[in-house]
Design a protein around this ligand. Structure first.
Ligand SMILES: [Zn+2]
Length: 434
């Protein structure tokens, strides 16, 4: 995914405390009657003068769209009383009771949200992205920004699905002419449907070819997504700063030997699709990569290694082979294989939600090339829309979020998925229950 450019501000803080949980992003505005465009350093000084450790927000987005670093994003902020311990605060400059945010602010906010949701493994929806006023009684972030949050979340979903460098320009171009619907036009998806086989398609295909059923494959993939975002070069985020390298740097230095075998297996850093951490498992992965002459970050290599590992878990393999539901498979993989410190209900349902998405996307119609065809296929009438998406698409047509009368829809499979997740998020906001 494209990363938003963040201007480092090198502000000096008094005591900061590390945040251990991140499950929400809170959007703020300045709100001064003079509709100010304060920079991060000015807000920092104001907050220092109030006796705080420094600026309370993690990011500041200026009227020209520039994103400035406020408080480091690992630290507990000071922006939403009672909710700081688990949230990231983004400050959008302006008074949006009076004015409206600029196009540049909206686009960069959406991209920043998409980036943060990837970094912190959050679903991009209205449960995880809120306006300040949804947490307490305040006008912040102002009615004209608050009313745009659904659109901004839709844009963030869009950015998170993009792979090409120039996708952003296209998104902006389309929103400029289309106005609403978060740039989710079929034109955009047609441009992206040409992309090469997605890792997730490869992973789905791999496990299906091993003979697992759809529930089992979705259950495994939901867990792997929660662990690594399905990125085989993924280095556990907290180690990126402590080791001073990013995913690509770490992978390259393990491959060329400048980061030694001993350091790789003993550094305690989760790595790869399954975020392998324990030294014997990392050693096995390393040997397998060397033995087969492939990069430590190679997707196919990791899938083969993972499959070999799984064969040692006979109980788990039995459960997977006989899985009757996505949830059952997802829980089994979590409890028997991944075994994270947190195995509570929250963690189970978090992973199962991802698993459900993979199931909805790929289950039942897998026959080799058919999945790829699926991404190129267009759905033009409501009758052609698959059952899993039909209620949401009908709803969005009724609400006139999708234009027209249910004909000439020209929706791709990706577009269906985006609309379905948008619609569900939207219904949660306005309180419609199914
Ligand atoms: Zn606020």
């Amino acid at each position: 995914m494209e990363r938003v450019k963040i201007i480092e501000t090198d502000l000096k803080f008094n005591d900061l405390v590390e945040r251990s949980v991140t499950d929400m992003i809170v959007i703020h505005h300045t709100g001064n009657p003079t509709d100010d465009d304060l920079n991060a350093s000015e807000i920092h000084q104001i907050h220092l003068n109030q006796g705080w450790s420094g600026i309370g927000y993690h990011f500041v987005i200026r009227k020209d769209g520039t994103v400035e670093r406020g408080r480091p994003d690992w630290a507990i902020g000071a922006h939403a009383e009672g909710e700081n311990s688990h949230t990231i605060g983004i400050h959008i400059c302006g008074n949006f009771e009076m004015g409206t945010p600029t196009e540049a602010q909206i686009e960069n906010l959406a991209l920043l949200i998409a980036n943060l949701c990837e970094d912190y493994k959050l679903l991009i929806d209205r449960n995880h992205i809120v306006g300040h006023k949804e947490l307490m009684s305040t006008a912040c972030p102002g009615k004209h920004l608050f009313s745009l949050i659904d659109t901004i979340v839709g844009k963030a979903v869009y950015y998170s699905l993009q792979t090409s460098q120039n996708s952003r320009a296209k998104n902006e171009q389309k929103t400029a002419t289309n106005g609403d619907c978060a740039g989710l036009t079929s034109q955009n998806s047609r441009e992206t449907s040409q992309k090469k086989e997605l890792p997730e398609i490869k992973i789905w295909r791999f496990f299906k070819e091993k003979g697992l059923n759809d529930c089992a494959v979705a259950g495994i993939m939901g867990n792997l997504y929660a662990e690594s975002g399905l990125i085989p070069t993924n280095l556990q985020n907290s180690f990126e700063s402590s080791l001073g390298v990013n995913d690509e740097g770490y992978t390259a230095s393990v491959d060329d030997g400048s980061y030694s075998f001993e350091r790789f297996i003993n550094d305690g850093a989760g790595f790869g699709l399954a975020q392998w951490t324990y030294y014997t498992r990392k050693a096995g992965l390393y040997e397998f990569a060397k033995h087969t002459g492939r990069s430590i970050g190679d997707l196919d290599m990791q899938l083969e290694y993972l499959w070999d590992e799984l064969q040692k878990y006979e109980d788990l393999m039995g459960k997977l082979r006989n899985a009757k539901s996505v949830r059952e498979a997802s829980d089994a993989f979590l409890l028997d294989f991944e075994r994270p410190a947190d195995q509570g209900e929250g963690q189970k349902s978090y992973r199962a939600e991802f698993a459900d998405e993979f199931y909805e996307k790929y289950a039942s119609d897998f026959e080799g090339e058919k999945i790829i065809m699926e991404n190129e296929k267009r759905y033009n009438t409501i009758e052609e829309v698959p059952e899993w998406a039909k209620p949401e698409i009908e709803y969005l047509i009724k609400e006139k979020i999708i234009q027209g009368d249910g004909k000439n829809l020209d929706l791709s499979h990706d577009m269906l998925r985006i609309y379905v997740s948008m619609s569900r998020a939207f219904k949660r906001v306005i309180g419609i229950c199914y």
